[in-house]
Design a protein around this ligand. Structure first.
Ligand code: AGP
Length: 611
């Protein structure tokens, strides 16, 4: 996905755009650019690489003196990262500029038609097609830019969040969206557009959320929103609830380590408002007892770490509630014609609430009549607003691309769901619900205990940072936890790693184990200790070095392991909240050892709002 920002007011626009782009850089960072109305007219400066390169280019031309403009930071979908593929893109005669987040699926047919009308394309992007289309439709028409944009987007297939400016009016920005987020920042004598509130919060805390199909006309002293028919619609002004410092590093070297250390607070924010006197209260989620009691199947969908949290949740839900539960990759679920019944509950997990595959999978489940409940961190995100019910994590803004505190908060939300559903269905007693709630209350302090061991993980990272591949093994919910641990390592350190069901390794993949191969084994389920330690011996006998993460009551002989890390006492259903902590730290310190860009790993973006 990409980041979009726009400003129109009475202050120098370009520094505000650049600052906004830095706050959006986690959404995509392979190139960046701005378009602004200067005395030269509609001026565009853009550059491959990080925003710092763009700043350099702007400095080289002596700056851009403007009070209105748009900016973009890119995660490439069409055309490699390059100057010419960077946004903004100019339409036809350079009178229109466009920034875009999303994918235009019919861009090639539109491009061919525009080329037939004499347009020459400078890039390989789908976005440039939109710029020329707006230019073509706006040419000579007495329509406003907004009406032209409305007409243009009606010809687009696919997803978009757009910022459009035209020489017609150097104070006006037109914004439009479908399936990609866009907010309008409401200031005093100035207004903004942005992909999310982190880019506007330094100017204003008030914002409007644009809905699919709407178009906004943004001027210094007014914001007018229209629906697809051009009718003006009233929009609710919302207020950002967290302060700017939450979206800053606060003295930490990286956002990731800051967010790792924030996990006790994040999990507390998820649990405490929903547990009172040993009872779980879901009033805010729309999940009624009746639904929980009648559900015959709990579908869980997500991508990446959200899916991994869902895999842990699935194990805990089936174990406590004795109801069929499945965790599915959202990009698979949406195309496999899944069996969904009206009584089903579909838990939709997404930190950003904007992931395209997860959004599409949720819409499919809704269409089939399932009750969808979003487990989401970003308030008022698309998934949160379209789901039937929502369980907000309240973990605070998560900036690092590799999720940590949101993952831990997702686990907590899923435990709450499992314990609540089990009590409603009578598979646990009131007393057991109370006991589980007491355990939930202890998770933050136990995470803190694990965080206290960060120096050990830093030491292990220095020992193992040069490995070319790592295996993560586990059985049951430890396998799900191993999936998350493996993703953490590979996505920020670029070391190839693989999570394997411990019992499955011997069916082929064990051939990859050789002298010195690093294996991280998770064994936190007492009934599976013996089995897992046998699997550990299998790999050690073939030369592997093993780091074992295990439960406090682990009493098997682990002398074959190079390192053993014991968790504090905790109910086995909730062990995943603790076993991931040392492995997040290990991944972080390995990435630092390898001088990787920890917060913005190559090829990645914080939320993938395209398919
Ligand atoms: C996890 O560290 C990654 N950033 C990625 O797998 C992420 O979890 C996935 O893209 C889902 O994002 P979401 O939670 O915002 O939907």
């Amino acid at each position: 996905m990409c980041g979009i920002v726009g400003f129109t007011g009475n202050s120098p626009a370009v520094p505000i755009l650049i600052k906004g782009l830095y706050r959006l850089e986690y959404r995509g960072y392979d190139s960046a650019g701005v378009a602004a109305f200067t005395k030269e007219g509609l001026e565009v400066v853009k550059s491959r690489g990080r925003i710092a390169n763009l700043e350099e280019k702007i400095k080289e031309i002596g700056g851009m003196n403007a009070t209105c403009g748009i900016g973009h930071t890119r995660w490439a979908t069409h055309g490699e990262p390059s100057d010419r593929n960077s946004h903004p893109h100019l339409g036809g005669r350079g009178k229109v500029a466009v920034v875009h987040n999303g994918i235009i699926e019919n861009y090639m047919e539109l491009r061919q038609q525009l080329e037939a009308h004499g347009y020459e394309f400078q890039s390989e992007t789908d976005t440039e097609t939109v710029a020329h289309l707006v230019d073509y439709l706006h040419d000579g028409s007495n329509h406003s830019l907004a009406m032209t944009v409305l007409k243009a987007v009606g010809m687009l297939r696919g997803s978009y969040a757009l910022g459009v400016v035209s020489m017609d009016d150097p104070e006006e920005i037109v914004a439009a969206r479908r399936d990609n987020p866009l907010v309008i920042g409401i200031g005093e004598g100035e207004n903004m557009i942005a992909s999310d509130v982190t880019a506007i919060i330094s100017r204003t805390r008030k914002y409007i959320i644009l809905d699919d199909g709407e178009v906004a006309v943004v001027r210094p002293d007014s914001v007018v929103v229209m629906n697809a028919f051009g009718d003006i619609v009233e929009k609710k002004i919302q207020e950002v609830t967290w302060d700017l410092s939450a979206a800053e590093k606060g003295g930490y070297e990286h956002f990731m380590i800051k967010e790792i250390m924030e996990q006790p607070a994040a999990v507390t924010n998820t649990i405490h408002p929903r547990v009172k006197d040993g009872k779980i209260n879901f009033e805010d989620s729309g999940l009624t007892d009746e639904r929980l009691k009648n559900a015959k199947h709990v579908h869980i969908i997500g991508c990446g770490s959200a899916l991994h949290a869902g895999m842990v949740g699935r194990s805990v839900i089936e174990s406590l509630c004795r109801v069929r539960s499945t965790a599915s990759i959202a990009s698979e679920f949406r195309y496999e014609n899944p069996i969904i019944r009206p009584d089903d509950i579909c838990i939709v997990i997404s930190q950003s609430g904007e992931t395209a595959d997860t959004l599409a999978a949720m819409r499919l489940a809704k269409q089939a009549g399932a009750y969808t409940v979003a487990v989401v961190n970003v308030v008022s995100s698309t998934i949160a607003r379209e789901a039937d019910g929502v369980l907000y994590l309240w973990a605070g803004p998560e900036i690092a691309v590799a999720t940590t505190k949101a993952y831990s908060a997702q686990l907590a939300a899923l435990y709450l769901f499992a314990v609540k559903m089990a009590n409603v269905r009578g598979t646990i007693t009131e007393e057991q619900e109370k006991a589980y709630c007491e355990t939930l209350y202890t998770i933050p302090e136990k995470i803190s205990e694990m965080l206290a061991g960060k120096e050990k993980m830093q030491y292990l990272a220095s020992r193992y940072a040069n490995r070319s591949s790592v295996f993560f093994l586990g059985r049951g919910l430890d396998y799900a936890a191993a999936m998350e641990a493996s993703l953490k390592l590979k996505e920020i350190s670029y070391i190839h790693s693989e999570a394997y069901a411990a019992g499955e390794l011997k069916h082929g993949t064990i051939s990859l184990i050789e002298q010195g191969t690093l294996v991280v084994a998770l064994a936190t389920q007492p009934a599976l200790y013996e089995k897992t330690i046998s699997n550990i011996r299998e790999v050690v006998s073939r030369g592997a070095e093993v780091i074992l993460i295990t439960g406090a009551d682990f009493d098997c002989d682990a002398s074959c392991c190079s390192h053993v890390i014991k968790l504090p006492e905790i109910r086995q259903e909730m062990s995943a909240s603790l076993s991931i902590i040392p492995l997040q730290l290990l991944s972080y310190y390995v990435a630092v050892e390898r001088n990787c860009d920890v917060d913005k790993p190559r090829n990645l973006a914080k939320s993938v709002t395209v398919e």
